[in-house]
Design a binder for this molecule. Structure first.
Ligand SMILES: *Cc1c(COP(=O)(O)O)cnc(C)c1O
Length: 416
């Protein structure tokens, strides 16, 4: 009998190792990260059912059974987006890749594009749109506020762009941009509406067909409670027609929808190897969304947001987004004067295992961003973060009545 190799015998549970490589250099121990509650702007915790699905053995990416799984995933994605758009599938990369896919497919050099900036992710859209060679008109509103339709009508009248691009849920400010009438408005001017729904899918109402959205991208790691790794996109027939009329090839080979769709549709033409495990994950994430029902899911996000908001206000934290435009799934609050951002966030992580987000761009060091997304939108998370935050604020000398946050949240849940 051959003796077990030193590699096999040396794995010690608990993240330690006594193992040496052949050259005597220690190699890292088994993965053993501390338990965390991910209440930042993403990633948010994966649902346990998603993690179980991800342990399913691989299929080949052209196996008839996997092709059936792809079809099921596309069908459920259309249901979650409330669309009949044929060109609906997940891009094999994170949310930013969805942004890039939409931009590079819809825009070519010389095209006119209007990008609406109300926060950090609006500036990202500007950066990517500029790289396509399109003619850029950038509109800005103060961070934490949203665009008004009349203001956009004025710009559409003046510029008559091919594409108007806007962020639905601006994760950097916690503001929800109303877009239900924007598609109709854009179509009066022959403009395509491109929407960033990275933080909105699975959390707040998003109705592609009813709202006449032409191109949309989202992600798996926020409202769908899967790991980061996929970016669902969808294009309306109008957008598909515009892509068909391009004079130049899409600048990116990987993100060229005219090619990827041959894999996702009938031909099953090899484009790239689908990340099988992530497709299992999004399939389970979408099953969870549809089992719960969209309306119920949206209402759950509002209910937990209301409880969290009452609690945060009770411990002296005010929202950075304008009243009436606050995202239920991403609660951005101003850091009280004199309180150090990192001290509190480090304590939350070290003492309570809770991650919340800091500020981006204009809001760096000025806000905390507390996500209650998908699976994490539940009372359990509300009470944990309120209790822990209270303790952290007390420890840095804030005047907080102990228990005030949790009590206020309890009153909301009790219907008060
Ligand atoms: C998170 C986020 C993105 C980027 O997604 P990644 O998964 O980080 O690539 C884009 N837009 C918005 C609004 C986001 O919140």
């Amino acid at each position: 009998m051959t003796p077990p190799s030193p590699r096999m015998s040396a794995a010690i549970p608990g993240g330690q190792t006594s193992k040496k490589k052949d050259d005597d250099v220690p190699i890292p121990g088994q993965l053993n990260p501390s338990p965390r509650l991910l209440l930042g702007p993403g990633p948010s915790d994966a649902h346990p059912r998603v993690l179980t699905a991800m342990a399913t053995p691989l299929l080949g990416h052209l196996d008839p059974q996997f092709l059936a799984i792809m079809n099921e995933t596309q069908d459920m994605l259309r249901d979650a987006f409330l669309t009949k758009n044929r060109l609906t599938f997940p891009i094999s990369a994170t949310g930013m890749a969805g942004m890039e896919t939409c931009m590079v497919n819809l825009l070519e050099p010389g095209d006119k594009v209007v990008v609406c900036v109300s926060g950090f992710f609006g500036t990202r859209q500007v950066e990517i749109a500029e790289r396509t060679g399109a003619q850029m008109t950038r509109l800005d509103v103060p961070w934490g506020t949203v665009f008004d339709l009349n203001q956009l009508r004025e710009t559409l009248t003046k510029v008559r762009p091919k594409v108007l691009s806007i962020v639905h849920a601006e994760t950097s400010t916690g503001a929800l941009q109303p877009i239900d009438q924007l598609g109709k408005l854009c179509h009066e001017f022959g403009t395509l509406l491109l929407v960033d729904a990275v933080t909105s899918l699975g959390c707040v109402p998003l109705k592609l067909d009813e709202w006449e959205i032409d191109a949309v991208y989202s992600c798996t790691q926020k409202g769908l409670s899967c790991p980061p790794g996929l970016s669902p996109v969808s294009f309306s027939p109008r957008a598909v027609e515009a892509i068909g009329k391009r004079k130049t090839k899409v600048q990116s080979w990987y993100f060229d929808t005219t090619m990827v769709q041959k894999y996702w549709e009938a031909d099953r033409f090899y484009h790239h190897t689908a990340p099988i495990t992530m497709i299992y994950a999004i399939r389970e994430g979408l099953r969870l969304v549809l089992e719960e029902g969209l309306e119920t899911r949206w209402a759950r996000h509002v209910a937990n947001h209301r409880a969290l908001k009452a609690g945060l206000n009770a411990i002296g934290l005010e929202y950075s987004a304008a009243e009436g435009h606050q995202l239920p799934q991403l609660n951005a609050v101003k850091i009280p004067a004199g309180v150090d951002d990192l001290t509190v966030r480090k304590k939350l992580l070290a003492d309570f295992g809770i991650e919340v987000g800091g500020g981006l761009g204009d809001f760096k060091g000025k806000v905390w961003r507390i996500g209650l997304m998908g699976h994490n939108s539940r009372a359990n998370c509300v009470f944990q973060v309120l209790g822990a935050l209270e303790q952290c604020l007390l420890s840095v000398g804030c005047k907080v009545a102990p228990g005030a946050g949790v009590a206020a949240a309890n009153r909301v849940y009790a219907g008060g």
